[in-house]
Each structure stands twice: as C-alpha cells, then as structure tokens.
Design a protein around this ligand. Structure first.
Ligand SMILES: [Zn+2]
Length: 138
C-alpha cells in the first residue's frame, strides 16, 4: 500500500474515507494448466472487474477522482486483456491466468497511476456471476 495510506483525517473521532468503485467488463479465453477437471480445456469468460480506490481529501468541486478518469485508467489495462487468449500473453506465460493472477495483474498495473491523495484499495475479478476473487496489498 502506498505511503499515503497511513495518512488519515479524523473528524469527531471517526476516520474519514471516501471509497469509489468502478466496474468494467471484458471477454477473454483461458485454460488452467494442470487443473484436474474441465477448466484445463480452452474456454472463455465474461470477466467483470471491480476497482476500488480510496482517499480522504476531495478536490475543489467535491470529488475524490472523476469516475470518467478512473474508468479510463482501468480500461487502458483491460485493453491488454480483452478478446485475448490469456495464456498466450507475456504476463501469463509462466503462471495460469486464474482470476487470482488476473486480479493481481490489474492491481499492479494500475497501482502506480494515481495522484498521491488516492490509494488503490482493491481489485475484484468475477469470472462468473457467483465466483469472484479480491486482491489487495495491505
Ligand atoms: Zn475459466
């Protein structure tokens, strides 16, 4: 987590924190090498990615970060995954493109891109409507 995550504003004894979440989706294929079941075969998912950032100071118009800007930053990373066979990408040559590894990939690509008053809290990757993985660096 960034240096700035340890800076808190206390009001009336309470920690002040704003959390913003944006959701983007992409489609991609993968296979889970060495998996003892049908996920070892090539298949695809409609992946859903929830990105949450946090901070305690707003700009002069009352925003932590413009949702449009946040979504743009996330989409730049999603573009590197959308409609690919993920196992063929450089970042997944030596590790399965599991939801866990995809969440970490997005988190680490995105993490350095924010102004110092904003902390990337979490990236959650849904590979189905009922199965999600959250990645954080606390
Ligand atoms: Zn799968």
């Amino acid at each position: 987590m960034s240096l700035y995550s340890s800076i808190f504003i206390i009001r009336g004894g309470n920690l002040v924190m704003y959390e913003l979440t944006t959701i983007v989706e992409f489609e991609a294929a993968h296979r889970m090498a060495d998996y003892p079941g049908k996920c070892s075969r090539l298949h695809g998912h409609n992946w859903k990615v929830e990105v949450t950032v946090a901070g305690n100071s707003l700009d002069n118009i009352g925003m932590l970060i413009d949702f449009r800007l946040l979504k743009q930053k996330v989409n730049e990373i999603i573009e590197t995954l959308d409609h690919y066979y993920l196992n063929e990408l450089e970042d997944f040559r030596d590790q399965n493109p599991s939801a866990e590894n995809i969440a970490r990939y997005i988190f680490q690509k995105l993490g350095a891109q924010f102004a110092k008053n904003i902390t990337l809290q979490q990236v959650k990757v849904w590979e189905s409507p009922h199965s999600a993985v959250a990645y954080r660096e606390d």
